[in-house]
Design a protein around this ligand. Structure first.
Ligand SMILES: C[S@@+](CC[C@H](N)C(=O)[O-])C[C@H]1O[C@@H](n2cnc3c(N)ncnc32)[C@H](O)[C@@H]1O
Length: 229
């Protein structure tokens, strides 16, 4: 399925790539998360979803440098957070940071498409700025797995603008992409981003019900629950 959804236009179908981001190895994304306060905004959205749970158990998938998890622990007095990432070097880095010794944090290596946890282990699973890294077949697995292990799955990801606007945005970024790794990653991520109709189609494949909000000029917010719950 195209990243623009099952009925994506021809132009939208061209706005895709198989190239990979450098990922956040230099910490630029984490720095931006702190500077632009997106960690705080993402944590607030997540905590709102567990507002009626006294001591929520939260799983963060694709935690990168762990900025969102740290914010969750700072902003909630009794939440327990399992902080995970696919890449062992990210997990080692998180374990060596303040999060590694936080009394309410557990740091583990985990694949969001094959989560090593029993059904219903968590009140909430969070996957922030990571979903677009996965091709459609794996992305649908995240819906299935996230809603299997947690009552609610929160995906926060980049918006995919309508194709003409997308072209314009990419054109403004292109001149800086050769010199700034952060901009290079921004372009690749933009080409990988999923449209709302793609997100709905992937959720339907996994038999998961979703509520979408945000998008266009702000991140897309996807709240997913198993269709039977
Ligand atoms: C752009 S970073 C986002 C980091 C963090 N969530 C944030 O908001 O700052 C994307 C992360 O997704 C992780 N990732 C990619 N594929 C994954 C998968 N299948 N399961 C878990 N994490 C994955 C990468 O290792 C990377 O750390």
């Amino acid at each position: 399925m195209p990243r623009g959804g099952p009925n994506a236009s021809c132009l939208d179908r061209l706005l895709e790539t198989d190239r990979q981001e450098y990922l956040d190895r230099d910490g630029a994304l984490d720095w931006a998360g702190r500077f632009f306060k997106s960690h705080q905004r993402f944590a607030a959205i997540a905590l709102d979803l567990v507002a009626d749970v006294p001591d929520p158990r939260i799983l963060e998938l694709g935690a990168g440098q762990g900025g969102v998890s740290l914010q969750l622990l700072t902003d909630h007095p009794s939440a327990h957070v399992t902080v995970t990432d696919l890449h062992p070097e990210s997990v080692d880095r998180i374990a060596a940071s303040d999060l590694g010794s936080h009394p309410r944090a557990e740091v583990r290596q985990m694949d969001a498409t094959e989560i090593d946890a029993t059904d219903g282990s968590y009140d909430l699973a969070v996957f922030a700025l990571s979903f677009h890294h996965l091709p459609p077949s794996q992305a649908a697995r995240v819906f299935a797995e996230g809603t299997r292990v947690a009552k609610t799955l929160l995906i926060i990801d980049l918006p995919r603008p309508p194709a003409p606007l997308h072209v314009l945005r990419l054109a403004t970024m292109l001149p800086l992409a050769a010199v700034l790794p952060f901009v290079h990653d921004g372009i690749i991520s933009s080409l990988h981003s999923y449209s709302p109709s793609a997100l709905r189609a992937l959720a339907a494949q996994a038999d998961v019900s979703v509520e979408l909000s945000g998008g266009l000029l702000s991140p897309q917010i996807v709240v997913a629950r198993a269709a039977s719950s």
